[in-house]
Design a protein around this ligand. Structure first.
Ligand SMILES: Cc1cc2nc3c(=O)[nH]c(=O)nc-3n(C[C@H](O)[C@H](O)[C@H](O)COP(=O)(O)O)c2cc1C
Length: 332
């Protein structure tokens, strides 16, 4: 059997990445994954409890969280970098730029670079490569064309995300079973599967589809070390996949557990409300995922989860989650 290229690139025991999930990641959750042989990722706002719109403050908060992670683990970890895209506001460009500067200054080894739309990654990828940062690239709406472009621009690993995934979901409803082999057949660099990976069976399926590793979000929310509130974790354990609802704001599609604000947003979207109206409603209570998932006010925010949520029956430690997922699989 060939050597597993993801393990080689990441330098980890297992080819698993804990995906960035903005507020509900932290130094503690990232270190727990790293200490079990996976690669954790600090999302934007990792470890924070309050909102700031100050760009400098945002970068200093991330610097502190990176340093805190280093105190908790010797394992490598990644930081989420949102690739600037056409149409992004100047403020978002600034956030992306300062986070990249902090990553370079702090010697972070891996970037989970994520693009929401048509990305212009040439400049940031060059900056990362020059700094020796390895790039795990995920397009929110993956395609063969975009995967090839990312490979040509210097990505080290491509993440193929299926419609099953949690967070902002792809624009095309192509499931994990279809997108993973589509991308794996068309790039030379290794591919990780994302979207609905929750247990040992899904890891084995991902490998059979041509992925060399897995990229996991929702399953890690229901972990002991995740900073999400206990209310949110229990809500995930009790939610069935058939309960979930969706709404869109421009090209951003959200799947969420149907609590009060989420249902109102869906109602507005169904009735043709403008993106401004939806955005105002979503941010009015202090930030979607933060309010529901981190603070535990389920009716006042949104709880983004994967279609595989029915398979999550218990809150477990990151160690137990990873070891169960990897049980009996022989990665060279
Ligand atoms: C609550 C939530 C928040 C997320 N926030 C981010 C984010 O800030 N940045 C990002 O690149 N992806 C984000 N994602 C997407 C995940 O990184 C990942 O692609 C997804 O969770 C994988 O699918 P899974 O949830 O089925 O494992 C988020 C996902 C969830 C569930």
């Amino acid at each position: 059997m060939n050597k597993n290229r993801i393990k080689q690139i990441l330098g980890t025991e297992y080819p698993i990445v804990q995906a960035p999930m903005t507020w509900i990641t932290s130094a503690e959750s990232v270190a727990a994954v790293g200490n079990t042989g996976g690669l954790g990722t600090l999302g934007s706002n990792a470890g924070q409890k309050t909102i700031t719109n100050d760009v400098k403050e945002t970068s200093e908060r991330m610097r502190n969280e990176i340093r805190k992670t280093r105190q908790l683990t010797d394992a490598p970890f990644a930081v989420n970098f949102i690739v600037p895209v056409k149409g992004m506001t100047a403020q978002y460009f600034n956030y992306s730029n300062v986070i990249l500067d902090v990553m370079i200054e702090e010697g972070v080894e891996f970037a989970v670079a994520v693009a929401m739309d048509t990305p212009d990654f040439s400049e940031p990828f060059k900056k990362m490569k020059d700094a020796g940062i390895k790039i795990i690239y995920r397009d929110n709406t993956p395609s063969i064309e975009k995967a090839k472009a990312a490979e040509a621009a210097g990505a080290d690993i491509i993440v193929a995300t299926g419609y099953d995934g949690g967070g902002a979901i792809p624009s095309y409803p192509i499931g994990t079973f279809s997108i993973v082999p589509m991308i794996a057949d068309n790039v030379n660099i290794p591919v990780m599967a994302a979207g609905g990976i929750t247990d040992n069976r899904s890891v084995r399926a991902a490998l059979a589809l041509g992925a060399e590793g897995v990229y996991v979000g929702t399953r890690f929310i229901a972990s002991t070390e995740c900073p999400a509130s206990d209310i949110c974790k229990q809500d995930i354990v009790q939610t069935e996949s058939t309960d979930l609802i969706q709404f869109s704001i421009t090209s951003f599609n959200f799947r969420t557990i149907p609590h009060k604000l989420a249902c109102e947003l869906k109602g507005l979207d169904d009735n043709g409300a403008s993106p401004e109206e939806l955005n105002n409603k979503l941010s009015g209570t202090g930030g979607g995922y933060k309010r529901a998932m981190l603070d535990g006010f389920l009716d006042e925010g949104i709880s983004g989860v994967s279609y595989a949520v029915s398979l999550i029956k218990e809150v477990k430690s990151c160690k137990d989650i990873i070891e169960e997922m990897m049980l009996g699989i022989n990665f060279k």
